[in-house]
Design a protein around this ligand. Structure first.
Ligand SMILES: CC(=O)SCCNC(=O)CCNC(=O)[C@H](O)C(C)(C)COP(=O)(O)OP(=O)(O)OC[C@H]1O[C@@H](n2cnc3c(N)ncnc32)[C@H](O)[C@@H]1OP(=O)(O)O
Ligand SMILES: CC(C)C(=O)C(=O)O
Ligand SMILES: [Mg+2]
Length: 638
């Protein structure tokens, strides 16, 4: 069996310089940094098939829309298309006045000159020059010692300054300068400071303004890259704080971070780096970039947002962002990608679903009282804040529980099932999902619900179908019976206050127009009920008596069809509001042999929905009676 080589013979640990004076662990970040998107440069240079300029333009426009004010658009000396992209931005008038275009160049004279040609005429430009400063690069790549490396940076900063002065005057551009000691996190920090001091001194020594209007933006951007992430984020934060506290004229520097994700900690490194004193972050939207990518600016921005601080970038329509990124880079987004992945707001597992369902109920109650603070189990942000719907929040498979299933029934059908009915229906769903081994979609669940409870149209009909009914008070046989306040059925007796405006007199159970009966239901007045029902497809009239319509109907089922059932549990609620309000009624029926007190056994649940409360209750009885008949071969008396 192959074994990993002894790592101590292959790798040596990064040796951090002790920095006991660090203060960043006690800091908090309450404000967005300056953001720079390098999607079109660092992101683009990492693609097997770099973006076309058309794709880059689409991406650029979206970056502007999101709110980026600094966008690195290319490495103009790399290719004609990189060069031309800058020209296209200019000629197309694509750059808003408040947006700075950043371009990257190495510290090489010919390439710096080409870079200036590319941006000539743009209004606001950041020239970004880099050279690697770490020992490995000094020795292996450049064959330069420390002094020569400083000199390389100094000489080319001087050239950038001169060209910036010239182009500001000749082409009306305002320039700023960014210098990156590439491989900063692998560079001895005091040496990185030494190089940057030399660069700053050279830049600030320029004798003419680099702004077209003669003003001078004094501040220089020092961008500190974790070109390759080689240590833990706390070590990076120490390096950043050391840099920030050692560099002279700190007020003349904007400290920028540029973290890569080789160890998977780019976000953490950038966040701790900000605590350590950085002002600005370079990264990409959704984290494309060399190797494991650049730091993801969606995650950073939404992390801030979820702490209650404005991020300064608008990701409220995350789907359009995803579309742009995927279509321009050709790379997919991982379904678990923070804030953006298809599954990041989804719970499959039962206990998560239960907690989320309860959380939503509590959240709704809080919001009704004017408190909108999001406080939800398992969901760090409201999915709606990034433009997601709640549909994806709960999805059902064999790991799911009753709470999640009830949530879907409530979302899809507006039915708030009583707890024990949830348990009963959960078993149905669990069986089906275990049989298929697959996720049950919302449609699968609502179909299963309708089938189980014979609800919602003739395709779901059971052996009994209620067609119409009439009730009559036994003591007051005329239709001019006195009207009394409407209360729930006699088994429960709770008032249906939200349904008080329902027309409770319609004795009609389906959409067919048989509206011949208009009598008022009276609480605690003995009733006689006559109903027309289909029994195994044959129309029958049944009748019975009781203390109200439900008990009368059960009496009729017993007397005329030999179905003997009684109510063990009953509840109802309103569905909808205003003139569209309906009643949803839930009943659990039990046959005589079942102990009504042993609620773990023997019940048949039913549900009915109707604008008429009596019809809703009767439909629920029929639904439950059908459930009972589904499990029996009972011959119904004809
Ligand atoms: C960490 C980053 O992301 S840095 C940005 C990386 N991005 C890119 O490289 C994409 C664009 N680059 C390119 O298209 C090409 O490298 C070009 C067109 C710029 C240059 O191409 P070439 O002239 O063929 O040089 P090539 O890249 O092969 O070699 C690099 C040379 O530049 C030197 N060099 C590399 N980086 C720098 C730098 N930042 N400053 C100065 N010199 C540098 C190397 O030491 C090497 O010198 P040598 O030829 O004397 O050994
Ligand atoms: C050019 C620099 C900033 C870079 O991309 C890096 O070091 O990762
Ligand atoms: Mg990079």
């Amino acid at each position: 069996m192959p074994m990993l080589a002894d790592p101590s013979t292959r790798y040596s640990p990064f040796k951090p310089t002790p920095f006991p004076q660090r203060s960043w662990p006690d800091k908090e970040c309450k404000k967005a940094p300056i953001w720079l998107s390098t999607d079109l440069r660092d992101g683009n240079q990492s693609l097997a098939n770099p973006m076309t300029n058309q794709q880059k333009l689409r991406f650029f426009r979206h970056l502007v829309q999101i709110g980026f004010k600094e966008i690195e658009v290319s490495y103009p000396a790399a290719s004609d298309s990189d060069f031309n992209f800058c020209r296209e931005l200019l000629n197309g008038g694509e750059v808003p006045d408040d947006v700075w275009i950043q371009v990257l160049t190495p510290a090489r004279a010919d390439l710096i000159k080409r870079t200036f040609e590319a941006v000539a005429g743009l209004k606001h430009v950041i020239i970004h020059m880099y050279n690697a400063t770490s020992c490995l690069f000094r020795e292996v790549v450049f064959n330069n010692n420390r002094e020569e490396t400083v000199q390389l940076a100094e000489t080319h900063t001087k050239l950038v300054r001169e060209l910036a002065q010239q182009y500001a005057e000749s082409h009306g551009t305002n320039f700023r300068f960014e210098y990156s000691p590439e491989t900063f996190s692998q560079t001895e920090t005091e040496y990185a400071v030494e190089v940057c001091e030399a660069v700053k001194k050279t830049w600030l020594a320029g004798n003419k303004s680099v702004w077209a209007d003669g003003r001078n933006e004094e501040r220089i951007i020092f961008n500190l890259p974790a070109t390759v992430e080689i240590s833990t984020p706390n070590i990076f934060a120490d390096q950043v704080e050391r840099f920030c506290s050692t560099i002279s004229e700190r007020e003349k520097c904007i400290i920028s971070l540029h973290t890569h994700n080789d160890r998977g900690c780019a976000v953490a490194a950038a966040e701790l780096g900000v605590l350590a004193g950085a002002d600005r972050i370079e990264g990409t939207v959704l984290g494309n970039g060399e190797r494991t990518g650049n730091v993801d600016l969606v995650t950073l921005a939404m992390n801030l947002y979820s702490q209650g601080y404005p991020p300064g970038l608008d990701f409220s329509d995350i789907f359009s962002v995803i579309d742009t990124v995927v279509e321009c880079t050709g790379l997919p987004i991982h379904p678990r990608h923070p804030y953006a992945g298809e599954l990041v707001f989804t719970a499959f597992s039962g206990s998560h679903q239960d907690a989320i369902k309860k959380g939503f109920e509590a959240q709704t109650a809080r919001e009704k009282k004017g408190n909108n603070i999001w406080d939800m189990p398992y969901l760090p942000i409201d999915p709606a804040d990034v433009g997601c719907t709640y549909e994806a929040v709960i999805r059902v498979n064999s790991q799911s529980g009753k709470g999640g299933i009830a949530y879907i029934v409530k979302s899809a059908l507006a039915l708030d099932l009583p707890r024990r009915m949830q348990i009963s229906f959960y078993k149905v769903v669990q069986d089906r999902s275990e049989q298929t081994g697959k996720e049950m979609t919302s449609k699968d669940i609502t179909t299963a619900f309708r089938q189980s409870f014979h609800l919602g149209g003739s395709i779901y009909d059971g052996r009994l179908v209620l067609k119409s009914f009439m009730t009559r008070d036994i003591s007051t046989p005329t239709s001019s019976a006195p009207q009394t306040p409407i209360l729930g059925p006699e088994q429960d007796g709770r008032p249906l206050s939200r349904l008080a405006n329902l027309n409770l007199s319609s004795g009609h159970a389906d959409q067919s127009p048989d509206r011949s009966y208009h009598e008022k239901d009276l609480h605690n007045v003995p009733k006689r009920l006559t109903a027309k029902i289909l029994v195994d497809g044959k129309l029958r009239e049944i009748s019975g008596e009781g203390n109200g319509p439900l008990s009368s109907f059960l009496d009729a089922l017993h007397a005329d069809l030999g179905i003997s059932l009684s109510i063990r549990e009953y509840s109802e609620h309103a569905v909808g509001a205003g003139s569209d309000v309906k009643a949803a009624t839930y009943v659990e029926l039990i046959p005589p042999e079942v102990d009504p007190k042993d609620k773990t056994k023997g019940g048949f649940w039913g549900v009915g929905v109707d604008a008429d409360i009596t019809a809703s209750g009767l439909k629920a009885l029929v639904s439950a009676a059908n459930g009972y008949l589904d499990g029996t071969k009972l011959q119904l008396e004809h």
